[in-house]
Design a protein around this ligand. Structure first.
Ligand SMILES: [Zn+2]
Length: 311
């Protein structure tokens, strides 16, 4: 908050806020190279700065369009109870929810769509950072479970695009409970022998990093994304040591082996398509196998591969 905020009349403030909310602002200034880019040009580049490659935030809907093409089907998520703890900070939690719902047109911070990436079926769950910082409450936990069920049912891969400040403190312990619940969602994919891939975007922190964001079969990250559990300042104060400059950035985590590949957003769909084509058989093959042998026979194969038990 600058001192200007204190002296600006509410009417003017509101006008500016409305302008902020509009994603189709005419010109956007890059915070990295300070270049001004025309809105439509930036959109054509999927919100990546054409001069320096800085990745601006991409709205959740645009992310689904980018990964699944225009032909994706929305998966309706279960409605969870609003404000189970009757929580109030500077504002009641119900009022906060109402405000964000009005602003984003979404019920909570997870958007799930079904479609295909390349030749393979995929369910993509995108965390919407514009909805309360993408924070993980019961709605996200339920949503991830629903997304996992939809993926298993359709024999599709599950891709989760993370962007979150962590657990939603207004839901207290209930939000922390979503960490093991999201782990169960991931487990469902594993049991079904389907790929679970995480795309880490700026920022992915807190309880989200400590659960489903780090459980992928493969982790891709956008360049320069902040990925971590606690913030660098807290860590510095705790260990009393200076941290490296690129600490908790995608590139640093790739070097340390926590991220498999740092991929430009404009190549992300092609990259995921290539990965899925390696990890999954084409649908026609799956269908043919199911017709021949009934249910998938992964277990039978595993048994067949076991050496004969010694007498
Ligand atoms: Zn730039």
């Amino acid at each position: 908050m600058s001192w200007l905020d204190d002296i600006t009349p509410p009417g003017i403030k509101k006008m500016f806020r409305q302008q902020d909310d509009k994603s189709d602002a005419l010109w956007t200034k890059c915070p990295s190279c300070e270049q001004m880019t025309y809105g439509k040009d930036l959109e054509a580049e999927e919100m990546v700065c054409p001069s320096c490659g800085f990745h601006h935030p991409l709205p959740a809907g645009a992310r689904l369009n980018s990964l699944l093409g225009e032909k994706w089907e929305r998966i309706e998520l279960p409605h969870t109870a609003d404000d189970p703890l009757k929580f109030r900070d500077t504002k009641p939690y119900v009022a906060r929810l109402k405000d964000y719902r009005k602003r984003t047109g979404e019920r909570d911070a997870l958007l799930v769509g079904r479609g295909r990436i390349g030749e393979r079926a995929a369910v993509v769950a995108v965390q919407n950072f514009r909805f309360m910082g993408g924070s993980m409450g019961t709605a996200i936990g339920e949503g991830l479970l629903a997304a996992a069920d939809a993926a298993v049912e359709a024999r599709a891969a599950l891709i989760v695009v993370t962007a979150s400040g962590g657990a939603r403190m207004q839901e207290g312990i209930l939000s922390l409970m979503q960490m093991p619940r999201s782990t169960i969602a991931v487990q469902k994919l594993r049991e079904a022998g389907l790929p679970y891939i995480v795309v880490l975007t700026n920022p992915t922190t807190g309880g989200v990093t400590a659960s489903y964001a780090m459980l992928g079969d493969i982790h891709l990250a956008e360049p320069g994304a902040l990925i971590g559990f606690a913030g660098p300042r807290v860590i510095e104060q705790t260990i009393r040591e200076k941290l490296p400059e690129d600490f908790q950035k995608s590139e640093y985590l790739r070097e340390k082996g926590m991220v498999d590949r740092v991929t430009d957003r404009r190549q992300m769909t092609a990259e995921l398509g290539a990965i899925l084509s390696v990890l999954m058989a084409p649908e026609a093959v799956i269908e043919a196998a199911n017709d021949d042998e009934g249910e998938a026979s992964v277990e039978d194969e595993a048994v067949a591969e076991l050496p004969e038990a010694a007498e």
